[in-house]
Design a protein around this ligand. Sequence first.
Ligand code: GLU
Length: 288
Amino acid sequence: MNRHIVVRFAPSPNGLLHLGHAYAAMVAHDFARARGGEFLLRIEDIDSGRSRPEFVTAILDDLRWLGLEWDREVIFQSERLDSYAAAADRLKAMELLYPCFCTRSDMRQLQEDGPQPEGPDGPIYAGTCRHLDPDLARKRAAAEPHSWRLDVAKAAAIAGPLRWRDERHGEQLNHPERLGDVILVPKDMPVAYHLAVTVDDARDGITHVVRGDDLFASTDIHRLLQALLVLPTPTYFHHPLLLDETGGKLSKSRDSASLSVLRLAGQSGQKLLQDFRQGIFPVGISLS
Ligand code: GLU
C-alpha cells in the first residue's frame, strides 16, 4: 500500500534565491511528484531582523518561474510562534533547557583562551552557563538578556539511543553531542531554526524531509527533539549541493547567481530545471 507522501521546500526569506535553491526546490518537488505525494512551501521567516516581505514575493515569483507548483496554502513560520513557545516551555518543564548569558565577545574570548572543539556547524559551546547555580541562573534570567540552550548530554541520556534513516546516506545512529548545546531560543528571536523546523515538520505531516547535505548534521538535533517532544520521525533525503567555481557552496550574497536576475533577464526557469534534471549546470557550477 502507498503511504501518503508529504515533502516541503522551506526557504528563509532573508535574501534572494540562487541556483542552489532552484536545485533544492526541484529535488524536493520532483521527489514528491514522482511518488504521487504533496509538495508544500513553508516560508521560514522567524528571523524578523533579516526576513523581508520583498524576499517572500521574490521566492513565490521564482518558484512559479521555475514551473514548480506547491499544494495547500503557503505556510509562514511567523504565524506559528505560539507553537514554538509551547515546545520550548515543554522542554523547560523537563529541565532540559538552561539560560545562557554568554555574549559574542565572551565566545570570542573563549576561542582566544584556547580553541574550542569544532562541530559540523562551528565551535561547540563550552557549556559555561550549564554549570551556573540554578537559583542564580533564574535570578539573572529575570534581569539579563539570555538565550536558552539545550542540555544535549542530559537530553540524549533521557531519550536513549536513537536512529534515523536517510534514503541517500543510509541508516544513521544519532549523535547530537557532535553539535553541542545548541541554542533553541535565541536572545533576539522567538525561536531557533532547530526547534521551529522540528515542530513544523511534525505539524505539517512531512513524511520525507528532502533538503541539502549542508543540513545533514543538524538532523541529529532534530531527531533528539522529536524523541523529547514525542513527534514522529520522517525519513530524510539529504541531496548534494551546487558548488561554485572555487568549490564553495553558493551563497545568497552572490547576486549574480540569483534567480530573480535570470528571471528578469528573460531566461526560462523551466529550461533551467530541465537542464538540472539532465545533470547540465551553468558554466562554473557543479554538484558536490
Ligand atoms: N530554512 C532553511 C534554510 O533556508 C532550510 C530548512 C530545512 O530544509 O530544514 O536553509
